[in-house]
Design a protein around this ligand. Structure first.
Ligand code: M6R
Length: 364
């Protein structure tokens, strides 16, 4: 049932404030303002290395978590595409932890990676949506994301609920490692509790995005840029646009612009910049100046301070409320998803069932 929506994808985008509050409700102790996870089959304090592996959108959720786990837990993390991880035979020292992330819990490469990690003596944490799935059954511990059934082939609410779950896991590591104080944890928990409200605010950008999408629908290629945790979000934005609108898009870390993709920029090339006003915002401003100088059209997803500090020329702005950096990837996902959605609707594609794609990729 699509409710009042034209597509399951729209319904699932709009459901996010509600479903993510269930996810947080499951992993947070609201009275104590602490994270409360099920018992883990390892002592987080002793973990020396974490590997993360997944495919597609789930991989990008993992790539965001890499920043969080390293920042909060001060533990080295490597994130890999599951189809590479399984064949690379990367050495994994016993005592390490592998996190596999999968909406369906049936993705062939992710499952094979889980089995490889177990053979190497890793403890496997599965972050899944389908609790009865093969990946859930074979993991040492399951952290369900509780997003409810996701019908649209393009993953939306599963992504943000994966992020919510991984954020809680990262805080648990931070606490166990003694990096986060009790006060740091309370602050983060309070920030997490604001996410549903912030997402509701973000959804109000939909009419503006619908207008912007007319420009995107005319483009042959679109570039997405971000730095830090917004870099995986740029990758996710590009994936989403490709998959449902069939417009070629690429995601890049802002710092890589000069190392190649800048050669593509001209008046025909829209560039979506995902950049809240953070400590590296001025670096992103130089990226935007470089794009504007070459006639590129910029769509900047930012907050009021970022909107003020952005170069004035050639920038269309989507402005979200100011928020703590840790919750940005969850909330900024909403405009990123809506950009792809509205563009695809204009293109007239089969949004929920894009050509050549399957919801669950159970073969290699
Ligand atoms: O079920 P999984 O999360 O393991 O699926 C992984 C990818 O196939 C999936 O995220 C795919 O990239 C989506 N269609 C993206 O929207």
């Amino acid at each position: 049932d699509k409710g009042n929506h034209r597509h399951f994808m729209a319904k699932e985008i709009y459901e996010q404030p509600e479903v993510i509050s269930h996810t947080f409700g499951h992993y947070l102790d609201l009275a104590d303002e602490t994270v409360s996870l099920p018992e883990l089959p390892f002592d987080a304090k002793e973990v020396q290395h974490i590997s993360i592996t997944a495919c597609g959108t789930a991989l990008y959720a993992g790539a965001v978590a890499e920043y969080w786990l390293e920042r909060f837990g001060r533990v080295p993390v490597s994130t890999d595409i599951a189809s590479e991880f399984r064949y690379r035979e990367t050495p994994l020292a016993p005592g390490g932890v592998t996190i596999v992330i999968s909406q369906s819990g049936e993705t062939a490469d992710t499952l094979a990676s889980l089995r490889y990690a177990k053979e190497c003596g890793q403890k496997v944490v599965a972050v899944v949506n389908v609790p009865t799935s093969t990946i859930a059954r074979e993991a040492d511990v399951v952290l369900p994301i509780l997003a409810g059934p996701e019908i649209g082939v393009a993953s939306t609410k599963a992504f943000t609920c994966q992020l919510a779950t991984l954020a809680c896991l990262s805080v648990a590591f931070g606490r166990a490692k003694g990096v986060l104080s009790a006060e740091d944890e309370h602050k983060l928990v309070r920030a997490f509790m604001e996410v549903p409200r912030l997402m509701t605010e973000a959804l109000k950008l939909s009419p503006e995005i619908e207008v912007l999408a007319r420009t995107l629908a005319k483009a042959r290629d679109v570039l997405y840029l971000g730095r830090g945790t917004n870099y995986p979000l740029a990758l996710e934005g590009a994936l989403k646009l490709k998959e449902i609108s069939y417009i070629h898009a690429e995601g890049y870390a802002g710092g890589e612009l000069k190392h190649g993709p800048i050669a593509l920029i001209d008046e025909k090339m829209p560039v979506v910049v995902i950049a809240p006003h953070d400590r590296i915002f001025d670096k992103t401003v130089s990226n935007m100046e470089e794009v504007a100088a070459r006639g590129g059209k910029i769509i900047l997803v930012t907050d009021p301070k970022g909107a003020e500090a952005a170069p004035v020329n050639a920038v269309q702005k989507l402005i979200l409320p100011e928020m703590p950096a840790t919750v940005c990837p969850m909330v900024y996902s909403i405009p990123v998803q809506l950009i792809a959605y509205h563009t695809a609707v204009i293109m007239g594609t089969d949004v929920d069932q894009p050509r050549n794609l399957a919801k669950s990729v159970t073969v290699e």
